[in-house]
Design a protein around this ligand. Structure first.
Ligand SMILES: NC(=O)C1=CN([C@@H]2O[C@H](COP(=O)(O)OP(=O)(O)OC[C@H]3O[C@@H](n4cnc5c(N)ncnc54)[C@H](O)[C@@H]3O)[C@@H](O)[C@H]2O)C=CC1
Ligand SMILES: N[C@@H](CC=O)C(=O)O
Ligand code: NA
Length: 439
């Protein structure tokens, strides 16, 4: 027999929850608030009552959300003024920012999954939440369901993070993984990712790396106690990754992943997002489909790995609801969680100072002395060669293909090297330059 410890008489007044947006994630959150109301109330100590859901069109039926049609409204402003807890799942910058600020001003704790907004305007929102003494929580904004931000904010608060490196965009991982396994074209795979609900409404944010860039800004800010905004993050998306790059990488045991890499060195902190080659044997190399995985390296804990679903309605709803329950508990206790921590204020380093290995592919004239010329250019720039391999092109055009993997070098040295290689008469084209990590 199931014995419920919770009784209606134990409960305080319901906490009023306003939901902003009822799309992929919003409707999954609403559905769980409805279906799991009893459990959630027992965990919080008070029922969570949806008092309204802001949508653009109240006439559209949304049976999947389980929300009573009378609760849909287009008047988001007055909805947030009456709420104890506001969950923003509209996405975009405006009106999400104004609505969250308005909610905070009226004393509500807020939960959001909106990395675009946090990456752009996190400090303004944090300052408002700190000043009002309310929670601003956003676990779903980075790596969806994976508990990652709370560990960085709370569990690792006594440690020093040196590096955060991972796959934080499910759509691009889905695309790159599918291209790797099937040789399919990027556009076909993207359409599938959109159908599965992984891609942003405008998938440019995924494929150009902007989504991962905003997440990298959030991660670097939390990890290094330093404000890092989206424009501070170097960003290259996956649109330039060709089937040929993927095939060439496969031949030498590497796989292409879009990585967000946040590092702390003696000089400062850096954050970058770019397609990266990693060994197939590396834990990030075996992350499939839309899964996310993030490595965190700290001084005391050493290496930690976080893995799970970074996108999709229900996984994202899990993180949103976790934040909501925590904010509701704080509300009942009269306290709030940690606010922004940016005390370290470390210098932000340009991409030119980043150190990594590189994979460079060239089409060269197939004649004696070419290898020596190429090796000479790398040597002059202080870029050391890890391996060099020559392949034959099938086209019979007198060209050979040269693939070089370097040891770690600065981005600036590599850029100079590529410029010099392009100037050699025997180099027909530099067809690919990709960074390599985890070797
Ligand atoms: N879909 C996913 O897997 C994940 C999404 N997120 C984030 O969650 C948020 C929501 O994403 P989705 O649910 O996927 O987007 P969506 O596009 O499915 O849903 C957003 C909803 O908000 C509504 N909306 C937009 N502006 C509005 C306004 N001014 N007033 C009323 N309603 C408005 C839209 O009509 C739409 O129904 C975004 O910030 C996104 O970045 C975060 C992690 C994963
Ligand atoms: N479009 C994003 C959704 C989650 O943030 C992704 O693909 O990871
Ligand atoms: Na998360």
């Amino acid at each position: 027999m199931i014995c419920w410890l919770w009784k209606a008489s134990d409960m305080t007044e319901p906490l009023k929850v306003a939901l902003l947006g009822c799309g992929v994630v919003g409707s999954a959150v609403a559905r769980r608030l409805h279906d799991d109301a009893r459990d959630l109330a027992a965990r919080v100590g008070a029922p969570l009552q949806i008092t309204g859901v802001a949508v653009r069109d109240i006439t559209r039926p949304r049976p999947e959300s389980g929300v009573d049609a009378s609760l849909f409204t287009t008047d988001a402003e007055s909805l947030v003024e009456r709420a104890d807890l506001v969950v923003e799942l509209m996405g975009g910058i405006e009106p999400a920012r104004s609505l969250l600020l308005r909610a905070i001003e009226h004393g509500a704790s807020v939960v959001t999954a909106n990395k675009a907004l946090l990456g752009e305007d996190g400090p303004q929102l944090f300052e408002a939440a700190d000043a009002r003494g309310v929670d601003l929580s956003y676990e779903a904004a980075v790596a969806g369901a994976i508990p990652l931000l709370r560990p960085l904010r709370e569990s690792l608060a006594g440690d020093s993070v040196r590096r955060v490196m991972g796959i934080v965009n499910g759509t691009t991982n889905f695309i790159l993984d599918k291209m790797d396994r099937t040789g399919a074209a990027l556009d076909d795979v993207l359409a599938e990712a959109q159908q599965l609900g992984y891609a942003e409404a405008d998938p440019t944010a995924d494929v150009e790396g902007y989504d991962a860039r905003a997440k990298a800004a959030i991660l670097a800010s939390l990890a290094f106690h330093t404000r890092v905004a989206t424009p501070d993050v170097y960003c290259e998306g996956i649109m330039g990754v060709t089937a040929e790059d993927i095939r060439a990488a496969r031949k030498i045991g590497l796989v292409v992943k879009l990585l967000a890499i946040c590092e702390r060195t003696d000089e400062g902190v850096s954050a970058r997002v770019h397609p990266t080659l990693v060994p197939r044997s590396h834990p990030l190399g075996s992350v499939r489909e839309a899964f996310n995985a993030v490595f965190v390296e700290t001084e005391l804990a050493g290496q930690l790995m976080f893995y799970g679903k970074g996108a999709g309605a229900e996984p994202t709803a899990s993180a949103v609801l976790g934040d909501l329950v925590q904010a509701a508990r704080h509300r009942l206790d009269g306290g709030h969680g940690p606010g922004e921590s940016a005390y370290a204020d470390l210098p932000l380093l340009p991409i030119a100072q980043s150190q990594t290995s590189y994979f460079v592919r060239l089409d060269v004239l197939d004649r004696p002395g070419v290898l020596a010329q190429v090796a000479n250019v790398l040597g002059e720039q202080g870029v050391s060669i890890e391996s060099m391999r020559q392949g034959v092109r099938r086209s019979g055009d007198g060209l050979a293909m040269l693939e070089i993997v370097t040891h770690r070098a600065s981005d600036a040295a590599l850029a100079r090297t590529v410029d010099q290689l392009r100037m050699l008469d025997d180099v027909h084209a530099v067809t690919s330059v990709l960074r390599v990590e985890g070797m």
